[in-house]
Ligand binder design. Sequence first.
Ligand SMILES: [Zn+2]
Length: 421
Amino acid sequence: MAAATAGVRTIIRDARLFDSEHARFVPGTTVVVEGERIAEVTQEKREAPGATVIDAGGRSLLPGLIDAHVHVVAASHDLVGLAMQPASLVGAEASRIMREMLHRGFTTVRDAAGADAGLQEAQQRGLYEGPRLFVAGFPISQTGGHADMRPRGVRGRGSREFFCACAGIGLVGAIADGVGEVRRAVREQVRTGANQIKIMAGGGISSPSDPLEGTQFSLEELRAAVEEAEAANLYAMAHAYSPRAVTRAVEAGVRSIEHGNLIDEATARVMKRHGAYLVPTLSTYAALADEGGRLGWSASMLDKLGQVKGRGLDAVRFARAEGVPVVFGTDLLGHMHARQNGEFRIRSEVQPPLEILQGATWTAAQLMRQEAHIGRVARGAFADLLLVDGDPERDLGMLAEPGRGVRWLMQGGRTVIDRLA
Ligand SMILES: [Zn+2]
């Protein structure tokens, strides 16, 4: 993509710029894009011969959105069936899912397991349109943990072997028991190009055999996973719901808690003390509550779903009250990906609009240690930009319905959507 935009200049003028770091708007701003990056952000007028000029007409200009919890390979909600599919088919489906995410305004996504370096490189090379992709590789799970997808009747070692090791992508975990195996599993994800390490630190909804309130991995195993991630200058993100599972994970050094629905005040304080981020994924519970029964989910899975869904907004309240940074995430599967932007609406019940927006830009970039490149409109950052109708300070309806609210979208200096005319 870089080659296609090299030397090309775009000037966006009269924009009401969202300063994501300080969660405020700056009217009358001019942004100069050169190639794939932002060259200048100024309150003065700028002209350049040959440049494309975009008149924002006072509209709000946002950094490209970031969804910090997606699974781009989740073409189906049936994760076991998905694991049996050829990697080529899953890859082709993932390219469609990614294209749709980009067209909803997400110029970057953090994959919470499943996607690999091949999908990342394909997007970078422009083989298809999609968000910048930060991959975790396989999720790391103990035997019987959240990413051990073997049905109960199956015996023998190794979830991945059972599900055909040739598949290569999918949401089936790398099963690791004991510190040595955990280290090897993390190193394997590092070797194959992971940007962050995903560990399953507690029970889950979509898995067949683990209680929601249980903990997974020993403290030594959790610490080993974090140590190996940090040895490669990466960090660990942990799937966890219960106070016990969340507390153990952050005390072991995990950087972000994924979901976290069951946390209380005390757990939020522990998260704050350890500098952890919370990545709630509320839209997936709303989607599954609507559709889980029809999709054939078992009674025990639907029961677990009911337990977490009712507590999701409270978890965000507790996190905010204690000053834990809250990041935008969704965690949708299959056809439910269409609900990605519904997350903006759901969060509006407990977070002011600008805070939600900051969580989908600046705070998400900080979590990913990428704030020099994404999540803000500043000199040197990628030219990932959105022009929207309406006033995001009052409500985020324009992002909840991007087909109407997003008027112009640029990613890395390349125009993706232009509905300004
Ligand atoms: Zn997930």
